[in-house]
Design a protein around this ligand. Sequence first.
Ligand code: SF4
Length: 348
Amino acid sequence: MIQPSVKDIRDFSFEELQEYLTSIGEKSFRASQIFEWIYQKGAWSFDPMTNVPEILRQKLAQAFILKPHKIDRKEISQDGTTKFLFDLDDHQKVETVLIPAATRTTICISTQAGCKFGCRFCASGIGGWIRNLSCAEIITQVLHVKEEALKHDNPLSHVVFMGIGEPFDNFDNFMKAIRLINDQRGINIGARRITVSTCGVIPKIKQLANEGIQIELAISLHGYDNASRNILMPVNRKYPFDDLIAACREYIQATKRQITFEYILIKDVTCTDKAAESLKKAFRGIICKMNLIPYNPVSEFDHKTPSTQEMQAFRNRLEQFGILATIRSPRGRDVAAACGQLRHATSN
Ligand code: SF4
């Protein structure tokens, strides 16, 4: 029997909730009703669950937490991007972003309070790592953004794990949240509309290949060889560039799926002829997409964003080399919601 030591009901998978309900003498079909209320009807407490007997609702309310995150701040960018600053129960704060576009509505999720990987262009790593988020804390971000998106008649359609933290450093909670997002009885978003981005934690790339879930994998590459990646991404000292590319080749072979590579464009650093030549060599024989991300200013770093002409020339060079590359338009820069700008903050 699963004891309700997991205090938030959104830490349960569907099967775990069924098991819990039968262990307290309830019918397992109640799990479907409870899931529907939480994940499809957006209930923030047990009270509205009118098709669940009142006595069971009372028991659940005693055993579990079901409540929204406290919203500390909600900022809306001129381009419609909305950034939420959530104040968690222990007053750790995380940011979550809703990104509306013509054909999709995307949430960018945080998986940790802070980040230990300290990439040298990213605000999220500046304050260091505090703790992992639970599955419930991750999924509750989705429930808030889903509710917000519906208010604007733009149902949530895509999920990216590219907010604060390294998802593969919190692998079990992250995977559990993915399964709830993907579960038809849960949030019900197709696996191919869910993308996880990693800074290159090789053992977990291998583990993901064996999870049997068809989500999209993105690699935050950001360097063009071992030396450049060592400078920009300290994780490269543990998982070097060549090993990472080899792990990606294995992943593609094992899953028959493409990988997206995220590559930051920093003037005179990553957006050079030398970088393009090096990427050409590294990517020989890999069919992939490369997202080129113009550097989004963070006050602690003195990098510069290349000019539009420089970025286009770099993109064209990659395409000549057979690497399909797109320059991503920055979203939500005016509210510091763009890539690399999300920041861990505490209440102090
Ligand atoms: S890019 Fe990702 S892994 Fe690197 S510091 Fe930022 S949040 Fe952490």
